[in-house]
Design a protein around this ligand. Structure first.
Ligand SMILES: [Ca+2]
Ligand SMILES: [Ca+2]
Ligand SMILES: [Ca+2]
Length: 258
């Protein structure tokens, strides 16, 4: 095989030994092109080799192990998950961090949008969409999504943040989870006591992790943890307090910890 038999769009216009690369992406040699017998190809991370302006360059670099390719490495664009505590009124911001694996030489742009999970678009968060730009040299941007507070006792809620149509970058992790942590407490349904033990039952959200605490008094309370974390498997969860002997009274509260 010689260069003239490789029909992959490579540009040999230079015709000599000039090593100046073509514009990024132009003249890349197809990953399906195989090396001549006894040679190997120095592949770039994307599976393609690099840009060449001459057949001399093609052979000296592509088929000579140990020489460095001037690969067209595109920056990878990803987005992180975001978590926000709900609040009781007005709105707070869930801030999504978008980041490039390395700064690009041309402006990178990407479109974003939101979609509901267990949270309702418009009621629990404000739907958002638009375009984010990364000027050359900039590797991080943020997008804020408004989350609406309420006083409903409920499970944590989720929505999704999507990236699409990246220009001058390739998409890595293009889907982030937005979590709205409920902060409205839990209803203790019952407390039953017998001799040295008490059983406390509260409303729960399946999968949630809870911690039971007690205080000897409500005025200037001193909260003490009772037992280990409790992971709920249904709409109620319970924990036992086995330290109530010789106790006149005791106050309990439940916190969600996940
Ligand atoms: Ca709230
Ligand atoms: Ca809510
Ligand atoms: Ca709530």
């Amino acid at each position: 095989m010689d260069a003239s038999t490789i029909s992959d769009g490579v540009n040999f216009a230079g015709g000599g030994s000039e090593l100046a690369p073509l514009a990024p992406g132009a003249g890349d040699h197809d990953p399906s092109v195989s090396a001549p017998t006894g040679k190997s190809i120095n592949r770039c991370p994307d599976g393609w080799d690099n840009d060449y302006s001459s057949s001399a360059d093609f052979f000296s670099r592509d088929f000579t192990p140990g020489l460095t390719n001037d690969c067209d490495v595109q920056s990878v664009l990803s987005v992180d998950d975001a978590t926000v505590v709900e609040g009781d009124s007005s709105s707070t911001s869930a801030v999504f961090r978008l980041y490039l694996s390395e700064s690009a030489t041309a402006t990178v742009s990407v479109e974003y949008s939101t979609s509901p999970g267990t949270a309702s678009s418009g009621a629990d968060y404000a739907p958002a969409s638009g375009t984010v730009y990364f000027p050359p040299g900039l590797t991080e941007q943020t997008v804020s999504v408004a989350v609406f507070g309420d006083t409903n006792r409920e499970d944590h809620e989720t929505f999704y943040f999507h990236l699409s149509n990246a220009v001058n970058a390739v998409l890595g992790d293009n889907l982030a989870l937005g979590t709205i942590r409920d902060d409205d407490g839990f209803l203790i349904i019952s407390i039953s006591a017998c001799e040295t033990q008490a059983w406390i039952t509260w409303e729960s959200w399946s999968g949630g992790t809870y911690r039971l605490e007690y205080s000897p008094q409500l005025s200037n309370p001193v909260w003490n943890v009772v037992g280990g974390p409790v992971t709920a498997t249904g709409s109620t969860a319970s924990a036992q307090d086995a330290t109530i002997s010789n106790i006149e009274r005791r106050f309990y509260r439940v916190l969600r910890t996940d």
